[in-house]
Design a protein around this ligand. Structure first.
Ligand code: LHQ
Length: 257
């Protein structure tokens, strides 16, 4: 069985991290497969992406057995070939990505989830910046993403102490968007991805692009970028359809064009 499952339903690409006996910890093969599947999401058939974990965890981050193995490629290769290309693809993909955190998300597993566009969690899920417990620093973009999500102080404490944050607190901190009860989680989280897949795909891609650059731009630069991007959005068929549908008092039918 592959360590990454991939399917497309209702224009949603469903990516399932699939090493449940290891809480979906990543080995090299799995990291490369995830990159491959994220690339497959560029297809026009895909209008949103849903990433979740098989079994009781989302992902426990790096498979620690792999880094202690004599054949381990070393940390430089692990970061530059395995993890950084994953989070970079997630931020650059021109489609909205939902991380549906079904259980524990630790280390790189947490930071991969947190860089997705919408992060939701089951009530029993949790998030751990586990790195300090093994003498490492938060990677996979965690030192960039977490302080921006929850503020410097909370991020600093969580990264240094390596404490587990439950889903309710994660929502309260603004680390994630919403928590669903364990019973409702699969349905409700997938509904978000289906809703996104029926929305104006290009406008969502431009929104994502604007959010990405807002992290580094000054206000005036951002206003200019918004102006340029809004003109691109205005040229899409979905913009025309949205306005026409509003005027005709009917539901819009967006095609992603
Ligand atoms: C695991 C793992 C795991 C292997 C659970 N590996 N087997 C690192 C290095 C290099 C460069 C790049 O960057 C990185 C990025 C990173 O991600 S570093 C951080 C790596 N992750 C961790 O340190 C987390 C380690 N795991 C845990 O602390 C716990 O397992 C958590 C808190 C995630 C879950 O605890 P429990 O719910 O109590 O589950 P468990 O500990 O009993 O785990 C279940 C099984 O999964 C168990 O196997 P077993 O055969 O005993 O049933 C664990 O050994 C295995 N597992 N995480 N990362």
């Amino acid at each position: 069985m592959s360590s990454i499952l991939f399917d497309i339903k209702e224009n949603v690409a469903i990516i399932t991290l699939n090493r449940p006996e290891k809480l979906n910890a990543f080995n090299g093969e799995m990291s490369l497969l995830l990159q491959e599947k994220l690339d497959a999401c560029k297809s026009d058939k895909v209008r949103s992406v849903y990433i979740t974990g098989m079994g009781k965890g989302f992902s426990a981050g790096q498979d620690l057995a792999e880094i202690t193995d004599a054949a381990s490629p070393g940390f430089n290769v692990i970061l530059s070939k395995y993890y950084n290309p994953i989070v970079s693809r997630i931020r650059k993909l021109e489609k909205p990505i939902v991380a549906a955190v079904n259980g524990v998300a630790a280390g790189a597993g947490a930071n991969i989830a947190l860089c997705c566009d919408i992060v939701v969690a089951a009530q029993s899920a949790s998030f751990i910046q586990a790195f300090s417990k093994i003498g490492l620093i938060p990677d996979s973009g965690g030192t960039y993403t977490l302080p921006r999500l929850i503020g410097w102080q909370r991020a600093s404490a969580l990264m240094m102490l390596g404490e587990k944050v439950n889903a309710t607190d994660a929502e309260r901190y603004g680390m994630i968007y919403k928590v669903f009860s364990d019973d409702e989680f699969a349905k409700e989280s997938f509904n978000i991805a289906v809703t996104l897949a029926g929305m104006p795909t290009k406008a969502l891609a431009y929104t994502k692009q604007m959010l990405n650059i807002s992290l580094v731009n000054h206000f005036d630069e951002q206003l200019q970028e918004e102006n340029i991007c809004q003109q691109k959005a205005a040229r899409t068929e979905d913009h025309k359809e949205g306005v026409t549908a509003f005027m005709e008092k009917r539901k819009p039918l967006f095609t992603g064009k």
